[in-house]
Design a protein around this ligand. Structure first.
Ligand code: ADP
Length: 433
């Protein structure tokens, strides 16, 4: 971007210089000297200069008198208008303001020192002709030096005058900008491309960082999850090695039960990881027509047996709704939501059904720890876990709700969450009727 800005700036300066040269050349072609403007006016001017010089030489007037007479000559307005007309006619594309200022008025006596009546830098107060009020935004077109020779009574004297023409083109910035349009558009385009590439790169970087964080989290979680059943299995086998335990039926059975439970848990974990490694369109649903309320009730009843201490209620406002669903996947999904409710501190859960805008809605309402508003949009992302979940020492892989969302989406449905931290959570699943 710095290079671009530098290039644009350099081009601008170059174009300004080029523009000035063009104007200088064109004006040079129009007025090679002022005498071709109007010779009678010019001879009037020469006569004035001559009489002023002669009077000065004779000591009849001072330097100041000469200067003020030169600058207040009567023919000046007429010459200004003539020049203006000439510019308008010959340079119709530009609106030009100009000023011709007198810099030097010097009398020479042949071999002796010059007598400078005045010699100043170009200065708008010394304007001879023109309509410019200031030289600030004007540029020098040319300087013009003239010497008159032999016209004075006293032949030794010569008069040297120097004047400069300054020009300002109205709206010159616009003219230059127009000439730079192509460069400006190209630069803007390349700057926009650059910014876009930068934004894309940063976004990709952030995304990659997020993916890598998620992976690290997942690996930590799964190691944590695998450790407990493996440790229990290790201890159980150690215990079984003791003969007195093997001889006691009750102890033996209890250890075998533990081994089987831990085995199931490991199996479940592996199943969960396997199931979630499939993308949404790879999930193969085996749909069948089922009575949804019955189906929900059977899940609720099974859940009550597993978690007898949880107060699990139903509030069905629909009856015998027949939907085409995949029983196996949806059972796992609903159980994920119910198990989450228990995992995240609920004592009572209500399962509600109703019809909302032609959709079958199933709501799981719990009184658990709730979820902060700013975390809710991430809940259904793969491997996402609210940090607070770790604080409460609850285990999980962050796959439960991701799976729910995938399965419901595969049924062309949607999942949403309403929750407040500390006030419980409501998950609503909408299915097509
Ligand atoms: P996890 O294996 O961590 O339970 P989930 O995908 O099932 O993964 O849930 C994602 C996160 O959502 C959890 O870590 C938890 O913080 C939050 N969460 C899910 N269900 C509930 C709930 N009923 N109450 C409070 N927080 C919940």
């Amino acid at each position: 971007m710095t290079v671009q800005c530098y290039l644009v700036k350099t081009t601008y300066e170059y174009k300004v210089a080029q523009f000035h040269t063009q104007i200088k050349n064109e004006i040079g072609l129009i007025t090679n000297n002022y005498s071709d403007i109007d010779s009678t006016l010019i001879s009037k001017k020469e006569a004035l200069y001559k009489s002023l010089s002669e009077n000065y030489i004779k000591g009849k007037n001072t330097k100041l008198d000469v200067k003020s007479s030169v600058l207040q000559a009567q023919y000046q307005n007429a010459i200004t208008q003539k020049l203006q007309h000439k510019f308008e006619r010959d340079l119709p594309n530009f609106k030009i303001d100009f000023a011709i200022v007198l810099n030097k008025f010097i009398l020479y006596k042949n071999t002796q020192k010059a007598d400078t009546i005045f010699s100043e830098k170009p200065f708008i107060q010394n304007k001879l002709y023109g309509n410019l009020a200031s030289l600030n935004h004007a540029f020098l077109v040319r300087s013009y030096v003239r010497t008159t020779n032999g016209t004075f009574e006293n032949q030794d004297y010569k008069l040297l005058t120097e004047d400069s023409m300054y020009v300002s083109v109205i709206d010159w910035e616009m003219i230059i900008l127009k000439r730079m349009t192509f460069i400006l558009v190209l630069s803007l385009f390349s700057i926009i491309t650059l910014i876009s590439l930068f934004v894309i790169a940063i976004k990709a970087l952030i995304k990659q960082k997020k993916v890598s964080d998620v992976k690290t989290d997942f690996i930590n979680n799964i190691t944590h999850e695998l450790k407990t059943p493996l440790a229990t299995l290790g201890i159980s086998t150690k215990i079984l090695e003791q003969k007195n335990i093997r001889d006691n039926d009750e102890n033996f059975n209890s250890i075998v039960n533990t081994i089987s439970r831990q085995n199931n848990r490991l199996q479940n974990l592996i199943d969960q990881v396997m199931a979630n490694s499939l993308a949404e369109n790879e999930i193969e649903l085996k749909k069948e027509k089922i009575e949804t309320e019955d189906f929900l009730l059977s899940i609720v009843n099974d859940f009550k047996i597993t978690f007898p201490k949880i107060n699990l209620k139903t509030d069905f406002q629909t009856q015998k709704t027949i939907l085409v669903l995949d029983k196996f996947h949806l059972t796992t999904a609903f159980l994920n939501v119910l198990e989450n409710a228990v995992k995240y501190g609920s004592n009572s859960i209500t399962v509600k059904t109703k019809i909302i805008e032609n959709q079958f809605s199933i709501t799981f309402e719990d009184d658990g720890i709730g979820i902060a508003k700013n975390k809710q949009s991430f809940l259904f992302e793969k491997f996402y876990r609210v940090e607070q979940g770790n604080l409460h020492n609850t285990k999980g892989l962050g796959l439960g709700l991701y799976y729910v969302n995938q399965i419901v989406k595969a049924h062309q449905g949607s999942v949403s969450v309403i929750s407040d931290l500390g006030k419980g959570t409501q998950f609503t699943i909408l299915l097509k009727v």
